[in-house]
Design a protein around this ligand. Structure first.
Ligand code: A2P
Length: 282
């Protein structure tokens, strides 16, 4: 006798592609806390280097209704405005609602990207100046990864100082490699001018591990050590412009210091001497 079984044909459930979905093209894990990834760029997306967009994944289904909602966070675009793909630099937080999942993406996966770029870390928010300072902690390096590859940065300023403070030396690698790669970037050297990268003064520091320079950038500026190392005078509203992107305590402390040097905070609608944005933390 033939046994009758109730066979249900297994059908692959096709998850509908979201209208704002983009495809992951590459992922690089820098440390157990940091990774970067690149995704396709919507053809219609225009942005200014330094801006951010909302990106994310679908959240878990609601325990009762089963409904799923997008889980989105603000991420600075780390790639420049001319790049055909979009790059992001992210922290991995093991119990973070988004990054606990996002850290597992692989090439070919989709993420949600709302194509509405905004932000204050843009050239338009600053008055003309001689020296541009980028102050970052941790993943706050991301908007500067964009601006360091933006020709306007070098057209508008004689000198670019980038400071990056992280807990450990390994957390500096993404930024250090990016800056190093500018030297060999044939396209940028051709477009901006051969040796454009000589305008950059890079000042990486660590706070919880030995490295070439130990200490918080704020303390190193207060003591004058940072200016001596960089061979530049302390900031002045006559010559210096600044962009800040880090954790909240850092942003507030540095903002107060810049005000102390006489710099005034600017915005898109009112360009001044410096601008601030909070780095994404989840
Ligand atoms: P520290 O190790 O002394 O706290 P986080 O990973 O917590 O966002 O920190 C990134 C880096 O920013 C760390 O090196 C941290 O130093 C530094 N940092 C945190 N708060 C401040 C602040 N108020 N001023 C300067 N650096 C700070």
């Amino acid at each position: 006798m033939t046994e009758l079984t109730n066979v249900t044909e297994a059908k692959a459930i096709k998850v509908p592609t979201l209208p704002d979905a983009q495809t992951v093209t590459s992922v690089t894990h820098w440390t157990d806390r940091l990774f970067s990834f690149r995704v396709t760029r919507p053809a219609s997306l225009r942005f200014r280097s330094g801006e951010f967009v909302m990106i994310g994944l679908m959240g878990d289904p609601h325990p009762e209704t089963g409904k799923v909602k997008p889980l989105l966070r603000a991420y600075s675009i780390a790639s420049p405005s001319w790049d055909e793909e979009l790059e992001f630099y992210s922290i991995k937080v093991q119990d973070g609602p988004l990054t606990s999942k996002l850290q597992h993406i692989r090439p070919g996966d989709e993420i949600i990207l709302r194509p509405k770029p905004v932000g204050t870390l843009v050239h338009d928010a600053l008055l003309p100046g001689k020296r541009l300072w980028f102050f970052a902690t941790g993943t706050g390096f991301a908007p500067f990864a964009s601006l360091l590859r933006e020709p306007q940065t070098y057209e508008d300023y004689d000198e670019i100082v980038i400071t990056h403070t992280c807990r450990e030396a390994g957390e500096l690698t993404y930024g250090a490699e990016l800056i190093e790669s500018l030297k060999a970037d044939e396209l940028l050297n051709e477009v901006i001018g051969d040796g454009f990268w000589k305008k950059i003064k890079y000042y990486p520091t660590t706070t919880r591990e030995e490295s070439a320079k130990k200490g918080r950038i704020t303390d190193l500026m207060r003591s004058g050590e940072a200016f001596a190392d960089l061979e530049v005078p302390a900031l002045s509203p006559d010559t210096d412009r600044a962009m800040i992107c880090g954790n909240l305590a850092f942003n507030l402390e540095l903002k107060e210091m810049l005000e102390g040097y006489g710099l005034v905070e600017g915005a898109n609608s009112n360009p001044q001497h410096y601008v601030v944005e909070k780095a994404f933390l989840d």
